[in-house]
Design a protein around this ligand. Sequence first.
Ligand SMILES: Cc1cc2nc3c(=O)[nH]c(=O)nc-3n(C[C@H](O)[C@H](O)[C@H](O)COP(=O)(O)OP(=O)(O)OC[C@H]3O[C@@H](n4cnc5c(N)ncnc54)[C@H](O)[C@@H]3O)c2cc1C
Length: 453
Amino acid sequence: MYKIAIIGGGAAGAGAAWRLHQSFGQDAQITVFERAEHVGGRTWDLTLDGCHMEVGGVLLHSTGQITKALMEFTGSQEAVPSLSIDGKDETYAFWTDRGFPVLTKVSLASMAFGILKYVGAPSALKVTRRAIKMAAQYEGVYTNLRDHAPFTTPDELFDALGLLAPTKISAAEYFKQLKVNDRMARDVVEAITHNMYNQGLEMNALACLVGLAGAGLAGGHLFVIEGGNWTLFDKMLRKAKIDLRVNTKVVQVSLERSAGTALPYTCQLQAEGGLSEQFDAVVLAAPPALADLTVTVDGRPFPLRTHPYQEVQTTLVVGELNPAYFGRRPGQRMPSTVFTAASAPAPFKSIGTTGWSPEFNSRIYKIFSADHVMTEAELHAIFATIHDVHTHPWRGAYPVLTPALEHLPFELHPGLYFANALETIAGSIEVEAVSGTNAANLCAHYLQAHSAA
Ligand SMILES: Cc1cc2nc3c(=O)[nH]c(=O)nc-3n(C[C@H](O)[C@H](O)[C@H](O)COP(=O)(O)OP(=O)(O)OC[C@H]3O[C@@H](n4cnc5c(N)ncnc54)[C@H](O)[C@@H]3O)c2cc1C
């Protein structure tokens, strides 16, 4: 029986565990080490003033096949994201230095009309068509994961999908070459990417455009998991009888060349508190920049390149917006979501309704601010009424998605696999599960190849 360790119980670790469980069934003992007291990682929820909401990864898209498979396996149900309080009367605004040049109802038709009117058809259509095309190409990843030998690097995977070129160019440059006007690029697209990734057009074009498609531009629908997104992973790991060790932080992975055994390396894991255990293979399912662990090979330090991650503050405010802050007249209706362009005079990246508090009979807004903690003075300027405030900092929300990044491979060393490799190109709950699946495929190949030899 193989002994496989997975370090990290987020989407990537769950994706890896699911695939290894499918590959080996009872022929492998799979252990997930999770340093927090629960799995989920960057998907987490809380209840604030009577309202249950997600504070990390929220929206799932109906095209996500791993999410769907896990939902079927666990019997999890879709729930409607609590973004809409007033149903059809809900509104979206794009906020720039010109105020709200686009203010629409939330329906796709209404948004499309508002955006078209502001930016003109040529730019709007160019971006929409590219996003739809890239999303369709990206869908090929599921066939590739099934039929293709596992990919060793993110570049190889995106090359197989015909999507390598847009990972190597910034969205700003891509739109310039496409002659997309600034209104579309800066006031609309960048305002949306601020909401999704807390980053702007300096990110690679693939993350930008596939992200737009994933936000609903290319059709499909968005949902959350009933009871909390993180429960999807928790239920799967428990139902698959994966050995789950929460509150267990791995501090060191030591690979030692082994003589006289089928596998070329043994993997020794050490966790805080003195635990030390040997495995046949290890899948690292956490970004090295955030995992705080060391790796050695034959006693020598094995350097793991770390990518920069942005720190994001999630500030939840139960209250009502102050129209004057947004340049609106007193009493003027405020949009439920304000997509915030870089030119808007705001200390945050996005602000939008995330729920309704029955306790205060009030909306709850979520503010994302990258590398900035919202001050009391700022909150009192933005809101006319504040009933409650709750903050949830993410030490690393997303990697900085600039195109110049050199991505880590899925195989860090024979015996050590990396489930987060894709996220330095584009990250989401589903993409991380895909990434974990490919790392698990490589791990399974390694184990099977050496056992058969
Ligand atoms: C605020 C925010 C909003 C987002 N919105 C969306 C969205 O709407 N839709 C979407 O699809 N995505 C969204 N995302 C992105 C999505 O949540 C992430 O891409 C995804 O959840 C990352 O999963 P992961 O498994 O790769 O990493 P993580 O979720 O970070 O999991 C890594 C796990 O490893 C554990 N760990 C780390 N080091 C160790 C160690 N040494 N030992 C043991 N355990 C360790 C961590 O505790 C963590 O649980 C959002 C992210 C954030 C932060």
